[in-house]
Each structure stands twice: as structure tokens, then as C-alpha cells.
Ligand binder design. Structure first.
Ligand code: SAH
Ligand code: SF4
Ligand code: F3S
Length: 440
């Protein structure tokens, strides 16, 4: 390819799907002889996998890209590529904003990367391609970061068009992978000794609705549950409107499916849920949570919330606050509404002033901190199974892993425990993690 040494750095912004896509980029380009590196100075090619979900995510990317202009001035042969959701939306407009970018690729044409990169090297001109590749049964090439837990995409795209959200535009319509393709990827994980798999998609519980065969997400879960050496199954993200009783039953009965559900509610007011085009009412959501709690008593629950959506009045916000109090989530990903280009909500009237958004954000944050801390303290003294993922980033003396309910536990242990399930007593519940003690 005309590159003597082929160091490749991939910088990832955004969600787990982007993390997974970056692992695919690593897999595809390592077949072309590239060596992944985290050191930008060793890289001949730097690819930025971008996120467009909120304005802040975009700003983060553009300031990173700005810093790379200096790096490129020092070594002009460096190739800079931009992929992901901003690239998909902006296409070659990226070149106008940043002339040091050589390549723009999309969210749906990763397998064309080798061809596109070759073109950049041969022509030394900017190349932009954000077209969608044909659906293929070919296995994904993936260089995974973790050796313990693996992500497996079961679908791409989203059909929901929540009024605030860019994802259906940046990722395209929902395309489920065939269960054969998914199971092949998971079988491949067994050979490499993976213990945990997380099934990924923007709306996993709508899996199969776009396939000709009779299959749904609950059935897929039972297939994965049958894979021998996989010990734990997780999945993100689920949409409340597609959470069927069949799926709740599957979660309650399939032994490997972990007792955790991330179920974004977004807000507690029906008026706002309707404006968001979410397709459910707060009461229906609460009923489903009630069923989950009844059938899976120790279930860990998490959610996404947006405060300050256009038209959110004090009483709407109060409904959100009440919902948070009633449900008692283990964790919340809380966001201030951020208007996005090409979404229907971008032109909605009655924007909420920034000051009020900030106050509401702070109020939920404070409330949730109390709830999370209390819930984590409640499990002090209990014994949990933890899948050990590696050394703790904060304290290299300790190992870290997660409970089935998805709580992070740090504890003193031996390196050879990484990749294994261990029993721990919870000795301390903190805000975002637990401290454990190894039981023999
Ligand atoms: N498909 C997933 C992920 C969507 S993005 C899902 O439906 O959950 C993750 C979260 O970002 C969303 O759940 C939502 O809470 C938040 N989000 C999306 N667009 C946003 C916007 N314009 N402003 C603020 N938060 C947003
Ligand atoms: Fe966006 Fe809604 Fe699709 Fe999630 S379900 S990706 S929030 S449109
Ligand atoms: Fe961001 Fe795209 Fe994911 S907008 S959240 S990287 S699907």
C-alpha cells in the first residue's frame, strides 16, 4: 500500500455501537497489515470514529480534530480519516471545515475501508464515501479490546425516529443480522474463551421484525443461552414499546441472561413522551417495570433521561421526578436536551431556557445520587458472583469486574482471576461502585 510502517490509531467517540465499529475497523485494517497503536506518534493513519447525538459530542470531536491539524503539519504524510455519525451526516462537507482530513467514511460502509484508504494513498486527494454497502452474510472481522467480554451487533440502524434523535438518519433503517451470522460470531468467541456477550443494537428488542424468517429477540436470547461456554448474556439498548411479556419471561427463565435491564424512559410526562414520539405512556412503562421487578427480584435497572425538552413545563418535570422516585433506578444516564440538525424536534416551539435545564438536571442528579448510594449500601454484606475483567483503572492494586446486575466491584485478588467468575462479599457500597472481599 505504499506505507512502510503501518501504525493505525482509532479514536472513538460515542456509544457502544461505535466502540464495536472501532473494533471492526481494527479487524478489517489489521488484515491489511496495519498495527493498532494507542500512541498517535506511532500512527501513519489516524481514524476518528465520531458521534453526533448531542452538540457536546460534536464539539469534542471538532476540538480533537483541531489538535490533529498541528500533528499533521509536523508530519504531512499522516493520513487522517473521519468516520461515524458526524461523517455520515456531513460527508465531504468535513473537508470544508478541516482541510487536513484525507478520508471521510460512513457508518454503513466499513468493509470498503481498505479500498478507500488505498485510494487516498494513491491519489493523495481527499476521498469521501458515505454510501451504504449491500447487506452481506460475511462474518465481521473484529479486533476486540477485551478478552473477557465481547460485543456482538445483532442489528444496525433504527426505525423509531424519536423526534430529538439523529440516529435513524446517521445509521439508516433497522437491519437485523441473520441469526446464523450472529450465532457464528458467538461460536467464534468460544474458541477464544470469552465468558460474556453483550448483544448490541439501537433497539435490540425489535430484533427480527425486518427479517423474512419467524424470529424475535426472546427466541434469539434462548439460542445464545444454549451456547455452552458463554456464562453471561447482556443486551443494549431496549425500547420500552417493544418490551414484550415473552421477553420478560425469557429474561426471568434463561439462566445466562443477567438480571439487568437498561430501559430508557426519557421522561415521566405523557405530553412530552408524545412530543418525543416514544410510542408509550409513563404508566405502561411503570407496569412493565413492575412485572420485571416481580419476576426478577434483584434486577438492576438503568435508564436514559432527557431534561429540558421543548415544552417541558414544571408539571412535566415533576412527573419525571416522581417516576425516578418510584422506580428507584440503580443508575441513570442524564442528558440536557440538545437540538440536533434534521430532527423534527429541532423546530419545536417553547424551548426550555438553559438556566432551567441546568436546574432540572441538577435536581435529578442529586436525587439519583441519594438513591444509588442507598441501594448500593443496602447490598453490603451480601455475596455476589463477579466476572473479573482486569485491573482497576483507578487502583492498579485491585481487580475489577461486574455483578450480574451490572454493578462494578473492585477487590484485591490475583491476576490469574481475570476472565473467571469469583464469589465476593460486598464490604462497601459507594456511589458508582462497590468494594468486595474475596471468599474462598
Ligand atoms: N438507541 C438507543 C440509544 C440512543 S442515544 C436508545 O434508544 O436508547 C442514547 C441516549 O441519548 C438516548 O436514550 C437519549 O436519552 C439521549 N439523546 C439522544 N438524542 C438526544 C438529544 N438530542 N439531546 C439530548 N439527549 C439525547
Ligand atoms: Fe434514537 Fe429513539 Fe432510535 Fe433510540 S430508539 S436510536 S433514541 S430514534
Ligand atoms: Fe452517537 Fe451515533 Fe452512537 S450519534 S450515540 S455514535 S449511533
Amino acid at each position: 500500500m505504499g506505507l512502510k510502517e503501518k501504525g493505525l490509531a482509532v479514536m472513538t467517540f460515542g456509544c457502544q455501537m461505535n466502540e464495536y465499529d472501532s473494533e471492526r475497523i481494527g479487524g478489517i485494517l489489521s488484515q491489511e497489515g496495519f498495527q493498532l497503536t494507542e500512541n498517535l506518534e506511532e500512527a501513519q493513519v489516524i481514524l476518528l470514529n465520531t458521534c453526533s447525538v448531542r452538540e457536546k459530542a460534536e464539539q469534542k470531536f471538532y476540538s480533537q480534530l483541531g489538535r490533529l491539524a498541528e500533528v499533521k503539519r509536523k508530519s504531512p504524510s499522516l493520513i487522517i480519516g473521519v468516520g461515524g455519525c458526524i461523517a455520515q451526516r456531513e460527508g465531504e462537507r468535513i473537508f470544508d471545515r478541516a482541510s487536513h482530513v484525507d478520508l471521510v467514511f460512513g457508518t454503513q460502509n466499513l468493509s470498503r475501508l481498505p479500498v478507500l484508504l488505498r485510494k487516498v494513498i494513491e491519489t493523495r486527494a481527499g476521498v469521501a464515501d458515505v454510501t451504504r454497502e449491500e447487506k452481506s452474510e460475511a462474518p465481521y472481522l473484529i479486533q476486540r479490546e477485551s478478552h473477557v467480554k465481547a460485543w456482538v451487533a445483532i442489528m444496525q440502524g433504527c426505525n423509531n425516529f424519536c423526534s430529538y434523535c439523529v440516529v435513524p438518519t446517521t445509521r439508516g433503517p433497522q437491519r437485523s443480522r441473520s441469526n446464523r451470522q450472529i450465532m457464528e460470531e458467538i461460536e467464534g468467541l468460544i474458541r477464544e474463551n470469552y465468558k460474556e456477550v453483550t448483544l448490541l443494537g439501537q433497539n435490540v428488542n425489535a430484533y427480527g421484525q425486518d427479517l423474512p424468517e419467524e424470529i424475535n429477540f426472546a427466541v434469539l436470547l434462548s439460542l445464545v443461552n444454549g451456547v455452552k461456554s458463554i456464562e453471561r448474556i447482556r443486551f443494549v439498548t431496549s425500547h420500552p414499546k417493544d418490551l414484550s411479556d415473552e421477553l420478560i419471561d425469557a429474561m426471568a427463565t434463561l439462566p445466562k441472561v443477567c438480571e439487568h435491564l437498561h430501559l430508557p424512559v426519557q421522561c415521566g410526562s405523557d405530553k412530552i413522551l408524545n412530543l418525543m414520539n416514544r410510542g408509550y405512556k409513563a404508566e405502561e412503562y411503570q407496569e412493565k417495570i413492575g412485572r420485571l421487578k416481580a419476576l426478577i427480584p434483584h434486577i438492576g435497572l438503568s435508564t436514559d433521561l432527557i431534561v429540558g425538552f421543548p415544552g417541558e413545563e414544571e408539571e412535566d418535570f415533576a412527573a419525571t421526578r416522581e417516576l425516578v422516585k418510584t422506580i428507584q433506578y440503580d443508575s441513570i444516564y442524564l442528558f440536557k436536551y440538545s437540538p440536533r440538525p434534521d430532527t423534527t424536534a429541532a423546530v419545536f416551539s417553547n424551548p426550555v431556557p438553559e438556566k432551567i435545564k441546568q436546574e432540572r438536571f441538577q435536581e435529578i442528579l442529586t436525587l439519583q445520587k441519594e438513591i444509588a448510594l442507598r441501594k448500593n449500601r443496602e447490598i453490603e454484606g451480601t455475596v455476589v458472583d463477579v466476572l473479573v475483567e482486569g485491573r482497576s483503572k483507578r487502583d492498579a492494586e485491585k481487580l475489577t469486574g461486574r455483578t450480574r446486575s451490572n454493578k462494578i466491584v473492585n477487590f484485591y485478588g490475583h491476576q490469574d482471576m481475570v476472565g473467571r467468575l469469583v464469589k465476593l462479599e460486598i464490604v462497601k457500597g459507594k456511589l458508582y461502585s462497590l468494594e468486595g472481599r474475596l471468599l474462598n
